[in-house]
Design a binder for this molecule. Structure first.
Ligand SMILES: NC(=O)c1ccc[n+]([C@@H]2O[C@H](COP(=O)([O-])OP(=O)(O)OC[C@H]3O[C@@H](n4cnc5c(N)ncnc54)[C@H](O)[C@@H]3O)[C@@H](O)[C@H]2O)c1
Length: 99
């Protein structure tokens, strides 16, 4: 009997390319849903240090994922939702960062 693994949990920092690429290489996913970012706009604007941390974390993590998938699971799909994908363009303030 074969077992189909649907979800995996691995704890690590995706800005660490070694961790991420070895995980993708081991799992060989069909789909990666990418939520591993700091989503808080207010946090990202507290000061210079936090702005730079958020940019570095979110951009390098995403770039690492793109390259790890390209190198080790090139047929996989990456699903990444940004704020506009979640909310569209409503005529209200977007309630991001409250939590
Ligand atoms: N919550 C929303 O309404 C909403 C709306 C639109 C877009 N998004 C986007 O969805 C994504 C996730 O948002 P959320 O609300 O689930 O945030 P969240 O803070 O609840 O979850 C983000 C998770 O990513 C992890 N993470 C952050 N950096 C990481 C890293 N370098 N390596 C590994 N894990 C890391 C955090 O530890 C946390 O568990 C973000 O990109 C956000 O912009 C969220």
């Amino acid at each position: 009997m074969s077992i189909i693994k649907i979800l995996f949990f691995l704890k690590g920092d995706i800005t660490n390319y070694e961790f991420l690429s070895s995980s993708i290489k081991e799992i060989r996913p069909n789909v990666v849903v990418h939520f591993a970012q700091c989503p808080s706009a207010p946090f990202s604007m507290i000061n210079q240090e936090k702005s730079v941390w958020v940019q570095r974390n979110n951009l390098i993590g995403t770039l690492n994922l793109v390259h790890a998938v390209k190198d080790y699971a090139p047929d996989a799909h990456i699903i990444k939702l940004g704020t506009m994908g979640e909310y569209g363009t409503p005529n209200i303030d977007i309630p991001e960062g409250f939590f």
